[in-house]
Design a binder for this molecule. Structure first.
Ligand SMILES: NC(=O)c1ccc[n+]([C@@H]2O[C@H](COP(=O)([O-])OP(=O)(O)OC[C@H]3O[C@@H](n4cnc5c(N)ncnc54)[C@H](O)[C@@H]3O)[C@@H](O)[C@H]2O)c1
Length: 407
């Protein structure tokens, strides 16, 4: 990293894997200069790696990296690379995360970090031993309306939180001929929708409310085989009409009952959380409803810029008020000057990049870190176990997360 006379720091960026997320991380770094000029950071896209030749080529031709190759070690061995984005399929997260830490590279890694809590823990230990900064792809927590929701909960505006309801309903595999990408293969992904979507919801709940202490869960697989999609081609939204059918090895749907703990919630606070990748109707309906003794609120990513808050003029007038995101909420004002002009999914990744870079520069930042990933992985692993044992399973508290409500 180099800082010039006007205080601008150039940060060398490395990218591992140039799929959907790799492209998105790259756009996020590039946008930092325009969205956060006061950060005085100039990301330099140094080197990318992907074994799919066309993707490595795109990293240079389209995304603007100076070099690209097939082997991710080239990125980690490059002395010009200061920070690394790890956007590989889940089975490579532990191997690459640990190697990045050992190479002294700060890393921004996609969720879920590995295939369960043991792999996440190994990455957390490597990051702690090396003293590198970590950041996790838990993008939904950056939505300005979610930041606002977190604030009003912490301020006690909803009273004591008694119960919550959350869902992550996606339709990316609702078609029976939806592609069997790496996400459906246990060795490549670990669990299915539990890791892919439920982990996001767990982070959202823990970020807004505090830790999940205990879970009981059920899972099911709706389609047991699908047409195969070769690694490094297409996306998991692809539909293949005449492909070779291979077995689906993990769950399409999961439901959990959870017990919450922490300062913001009532001692008896409970919730229900569901996730599906085969929903018909909801497309990316990722939402949360929070009920307290004084009020309630709900949010859904499909209407990312709206929050519904209970209220009214009197008892007979109770109902929901639709509150639109505005420049006073989170980082909304960095993207749009006034309410009613929407932010989008990509913008959440720009906020995530900002929090990561702030943290790397040693400035105050509430980026989600590897302890948050470990905490979410523990809940998800407890759910996986519960689906087998049919019993309540505890999820031990994790220190050093940003998920607990700040007093
Ligand atoms: N935060 C979010 O909202 C979000 C959304 C989508 C995906 N993700 C996560 O991001 C990660 C990547 O998902 P994606 O949708 O971008 O996947 P993708 O399938 O689009 O891309 C994965 C890329 O990894 C490459 N790859 C395979 N083997 C490799 C190796 N040995 N070294 C380097 N690269 C290799 C593939 O060629 C491919 O280009 C996953 O962990 C996923 O769970 C997060």
């Amino acid at each position: 990293m180099q800082t010039n006379e006007d205080g601008t720091t150039t940060i060398g960026v490395g990218l591992i894997s140039v799929g959907w997320m790799g492209q998105l991380h790259s756009r996020a770094y590039s946008n930092l200069r325009y969205v956060y000029p006061d950060l005085k950071v100039k990301p330099r896209l140094v080197r990318a790696a992907d074994p799919a030749a066309a993707r490595a080529e795109d990293a240079v031709e389209v995304l603007g990296y100076e070099k690209a190759s097939a082997d991710y070690h080239d990125v980690l061995n490059d002395p010009e690379v200061d920070v690394v984005s790890i956007c590989a399929p889940n089975f490579l997260h532990a191997e690459i995360g640990i190697a990045a830490a050992k190479a002294g590279k700060h890393f921004w890694i996609e969720k879920p970090v590995g295939r369960g809590k043991e792999e996440t823990r190994a990455v957390a230990e490597a990051a702690a031993a090396a003293g590198v900064v970590s950041s996790i792809g838990f993008n939904y927590r950056h939505a300005p309306v979610v930041e606002y929701l977190r604030e009003i909960i912490a301020a006690g505006k909803l009273g004591r939180i008694t119960n919550i309801r959350g869902h992550m309903f996606a339709d990316y595999s609702s078609n029976p001929n939806g592609a069997l990408s790496w996400r459906f293969v246990k060795a490549l992904a670990g669990n299915g929708v539990l890791g892919d979507l439920m982990g996001h919801l767990v982070d959202l709940v823990q970020y807004a409310l505090g830790p999940i202490a205990e879970v009981t869960a059920v899972t099911s697989t709706v389609y047991t085989q699908r047409p195969e999609l070769p690694m490094g081609s297409g996306t998991h939204f692809a539909v293949i009409e005449d492909g070779e059918m291979k077995p689906v090895e993990n769950e399409d749907y999961a439901a959990m009952l959870v017990r919450l703990s922490g300062e913001a919630v009532a001692p008896e606070a409970v919730g229900t959380l569901e996730a599906s990748r085969v929903s018909v109707g909801p497309r990316s309906s990722y939402g949360i409803e929070i009920y307290g003794t004084e009020g309630s609120a709900h949010w859904d990513f499909e209407r990312m810029n709206e929050l519904h808050i209970s209220g009214g003029l009197g008892t007979q007038d109770q109902g929901y008020t639709r509150v639109m995101a505005h420049p006073g909420m989170g980082d909304f004002g960095r993207f749009q000057p006034g309410s009613g002009t929407s932010m989008g999914y990509d913008d959440l990744k720009v906020i995530e990049a900002k929090k990561f870079v702030q943290s790397v520069l040693g400035r105050e930042s509430f980026n989600s870190n590897i302890q948050d990933a470990l905490s979410a992985a523990q809940v998800v692993t407890a759910a996986e176990r519960s689906a087998e044992t049919r019993a309540w399973e505890p999820s031990a508290a994790v220190s050093g997360t940003t998920a607990a409500i700040k007093s």
